[in-house]
Each structure stands twice: as structure tokens, then as C-alpha cells.
Design a protein around this ligand. Structure first.
Ligand code: SF4
Ligand code: SF4
Length: 439
């Protein structure tokens, strides 16, 4: 580990060890077999033990024991973890890596002062992204420039930049979709088959308005009456993954109140179309276990959460009948859908049911693309390398369309493709379904 620098010293007076963040047994579950290494995107890319799941577990254990100082190198190895949980899927010993890293991050935040530029970037992201009104304000000038045609010119110029900067510039959706307004209630089209609640989310309606509109349309066409409670807020995942557990708990409590059914009756599904949010809400019971006013209701809410693809397969899907040109489609697994929620087949089943679609396999389908919440903003260099790895797999699959079930992954994959100059479209499964219904 490297020496500590003046800008990244532990907070003055804070102990290096002190109260632990995880029970000792949680570390001892790891038998150091290394079977998780090939499933870890940072290990695959960097090849260093400290950037592997086993290395990070060892590192967190040593930090908790106080046998390793909390210095810049230790924090960097843990910061570079995407929280993708690919290692959990691969681990034969059932190590709950996600719970370990989520417990370690707030512990680090309390004890470690980051360089000022990192603090500024994190602060800006966490002050804006989870709050849709602030995000809308921040994006307003870009929408204005888009309307004037200035962004299109800027994008053309940015494509001439060296690859490192091309990727960063490509992270802005092209074109910037109009924000989505989600009504409090959307009626079913035709016969009502069920009533559902919908998590609108924080970033989704502002940055991925098209996918939100597709979600409403596809659910309604499948006989769902959709309720979007007005008081709902960000699920808290962005805050939790950045180590701000207190904010995550506050947001989760607000959602437990907002989604509380107003009348007695059978439990209705709470549908989510972003995999990180779905994974977070399915784990609200653990997050709010120490909140007496919310713990029980959080467990009931968590039991109702379903990814939109799970619900559509369960209904089952009203098959689109329109003829469509033959297309070869490959599917990229969002980490928080495949690894955190264990949802792999429903999106594939939906895609395979679409007229004209032949679903083909692709290398590394469930390896993280580098999106991971705001990871690609905090660690753009490594995120760009991970995106470039995916681009090679997408190119080799020789498909017409790449599908995924998470808008953040779609944005990241498209950024990688644009930076590499590869003309291939990435679409959310719900957008492809909506296209099929529209004929
Ligand atoms: S969560 Fe992902 S990036 Fe982090 S150690 Fe596990 S596999 Fe590697
Ligand atoms: S996390 Fe699991 S797979 Fe990885 S080294 Fe430990 S026991 Fe083996």
C-alpha cells in the first residue's frame, strides 16, 4: 500500500479501527478459493489481487481489525469496486460480498477525508442525481442547447477527440430525450387484469424519458392500471452505494410511507424498471431493520417489488402481433438484475417472444459494463475500459440490436459504442416491446 498523502489523510482524531462494520464470521465465509476472480470486472481488467473480490474481502477485514491503515491505496481499491455482485453469483461459499462492501463504505466515509476534487464530484452527484427537480434544473440548459442544434454540432466536434475524452463526451444521451411526466394513475388499455404501483425513480424520468413512456405503455397494454404515488422519492441506492447510509435510510423510510396501500386488500405488485432500484427495494427489510416505525412495513413492501420484466412474464405478456423485420438481438444482463435479484430469464423470454427476433448469445453477457450508478462519472477511465471490453463482445456477436433491461447500462454501452465508432443500437427491453406494440 502506498504512503498517505496530505489531501487524503484520515479525518483528524478518528480512530483507524474502532467499532467494526461487519461481524467477523462474514469475512471468514471466504475460503480464498479465487473462483470469483473471473467474474470480477475490475480483476479481469486490472489483474491485481487487491482489485479482486478475495483481495477486497481481505483488505476490508484488515481495515476492521486495524492491521492495515486506512490510506489512499486501500480506499482506492475499495472505491474501484463496482458493487456489481458478480462475485456473489460465482462464489460457492455463499459470501455476501454486497453486504460487506455496503457496510464498509459508510465506515470509510466517517473516517477518511478524500481529495477535494473527489469530494466535490461526489457531492455534486449526490446533491443533484437523487432529486428529480434539481436534475431537471441542471439539465435545462442542455435541453435548450439541444433545441438550438448546438449539442449536435458539439457532438460532431467531440467525436474528433482522443478516445479517452470521446467516451466521457459520449455519456450524454444522443439525442437528449424529453423528460417523462408520469400521471398519478394510468388506466389499463382494454380489460384490466391487475393494478400495480410504479416506482418512477429519480434519474429515469429526466434522463430516460422514452423508457419511462414505454414502461407505462407496455404495462397499460398488458391490462395494468398503474398507480404512481405522489410522495415517492429516489430509492436510496445512489446514496447507499456512495457510503451515505443515513440518506439512504431516510429515502427508504419515505418510500415505505408513500407506497403504503391506502386500503386493505390483496397485496399489489410494486413494479420497478431500473435494476439498481429494484435490488435496493427488495432489500429494504435489511436496510430498515433498526427503524422501529418502518421495519415491518419495509419487509412487506420488499415482498411486493418486481422488475417490470418479471411481472410481464408472470401475467403473461400479451404477445405483439405486428410483423417485424428479422433481427438478431443479444442481451446484456444488468448486474443488479442478474446478480442481485437473480432475474435472468424473464427479459430473455420477452425478447424471444417478439416477432422477427432471434435471440443470440454474446460473450460476457453478465459481466458489468462499468455503468454502476454514478461509477462512470467517478471512475471514467476504468469505466471506459470496461465499456470497450463490452464493445468487442457486442461487435463479435454480429447482431443488429443489443438489448438490456436497465437504462443506465444502455447509456454506458452506447457511450462505449460511440467512442469506438461502432454503429450498433442499444435498446431497453421495454422500448423494444413498446415498438412491437406500436407496429
Ligand atoms: S462487486 Fe463486482 S467489482 Fe466488486 S469485487 Fe465483486 S465482482 Fe468485483
Ligand atoms: S469470495 Fe467466494 S469465490 Fe471468492 S475467494 Fe472467497 S470463497 Fe472463493
Amino acid at each position: 500500500m502506498s504512503e498517505r498523502g496530505p489531501m487524503d489523510a484520515p479525518v483528524e482524531g478518528a480512530p483507524l479501527a474502532g467499532a467494526g462494520f461487519a461481524p467477523e464470521a462474514a469475512f471468514l465465509d471466504c475460503v480464498h478459493c479465487g473462483l470469483c476472480h473471473s467474474a470480477c470486472p475490475t480483476y479481469v481488467e486490472l489483474g491485481t489481487e487487491a482489485d479482486s473480490p478475495r483481495g477486497r474481502i481481505h483488505l476490508m477485514h484488515a481495515l476492521q481489525d486495524g492491521t492495515l491503515p486506512l490510506d489512499a491505496a486501500a480506499v482506492q481499491h475499495l472505491d474501484l469496486c463496482l458493487g456489481c455482485r458478480g462475485c456473489e453469483t460465482a462464489c460457492p461459499s455463499g459470501v455476501h460480498y454486497g453486504a460487506l462492501i455496503e457496510a464498509a463504505r459508510p465506515w470509510i466515509e466517517e473516517r477518511y477525508r478524500r481529495p477535494v476534487t473527489t469530494r466535490l464530484r461526489r457531492g455534486l452527484a449526490l446533491t443533484i442525481l437523487p432529486y428529480p427537480r434539481r436534475l431537471r434544473l441542471a439539465l435545462a440548459p442542455l435541453h435548450f442547447l439541444e433545441r438550438l442544434g448546438v449539442l449536435a454540432v458539439a457532438r460532431t466536434l467531440l467525436r474528433q477527440l482522443p478516445a479517452r475524452w470521446r467516451y466521457r463526451a459520449s455519456l450524454l444521451p444522443d439525442p437528449l430525450p424529453a423528460p417523462a411526466a408520469v400521471p398519478l394513475e394510468t388506466p389499463a388499455r382494454g380489460v384490466e387484469r391487475t393494478c400495480v404501483q410504479l416506482l418512477v425513480g429519480c434519474v429515469m424520468p429526466e434522463l430516460f424519458g422514452d423508457t419511462v413512456r414505454s414502461t407505462l405503455e407496455v404495462l397499460a397494454r398488458n391490462g395494468c392500471r398503474i398507480l404512481a404515488p405522489a410522495d415517492q422519492v429516489c430509492c436510496g441506492a445512489l446514496s447507499l452505494h456512495a457510503g451515505d447510509r443515513a440518506t439512504a435510510v431516510r429515502l427508504a423510510c419515505a418510500n415505505v410511507d408513500a407506497f403504503e396501500p391506502r386500503a386493505a386488500g390483496p397485496a399489489i405488485p410494486l413494479v420497478v424498471n431500473a435494476s439498481g432500484c429494484g435490488a435496493m427495494m427488495k432489500e429494504y427489510a435489511a436496510l430498515l431493520a433498526d427503524e422501529p416505525a418502518h421495519a415491518e412495513r419495509a419487509a412487506r413492501l420488499a415482498a411486493r417489488v418486481e422488475d417490470a420484466t418479471e411481472l410481464l412474464v408472470r401475467l403473461p405478456l400479451a404477445a405483439p402481433r405486428a410483423a417485424a423485420p428479422a433481427r438478431r438481438v443479444a442481451y446484456h444482463d444488468p448486474c443488479h438484475l442478474a446478480h442481485a435479484q437473480g432475474v435472468r430469464q424473464p427479459p430473455r423470454a420477452l425478447l424471444a417472444s417478439l416477432p422477427g427476433v432471434t435471440l443470440v448469445s454474446m460473450a460476457d453477457e453478465d459481466l458489468c459494463c462499468g455503468s454502476a450508478g454514478h461509477y462512470n462519472v467517478m471512475h471514467p477511465d476504468l469505466a471506459a475500459r470496461l465499456a470497450a471490453r463490452k464493445v468487442e463482445a457486442m461487435r463479435a456477436s454480429a447482431v443488429d440490436v443489443i438489448a438490456t433491461a436497465n437504462a443506465g447500462c444502455a447509456l454506458q454501452l452506447e457511450a462505449g459504442l460511440r467512442a469506438a465508432g461502432v454503429a450498433l443500437r442499444v435498446r431497453h427491453v421495454l422500448d423494444l416491446l413498446a415498438d412491437a406494440y406500436r407496429g
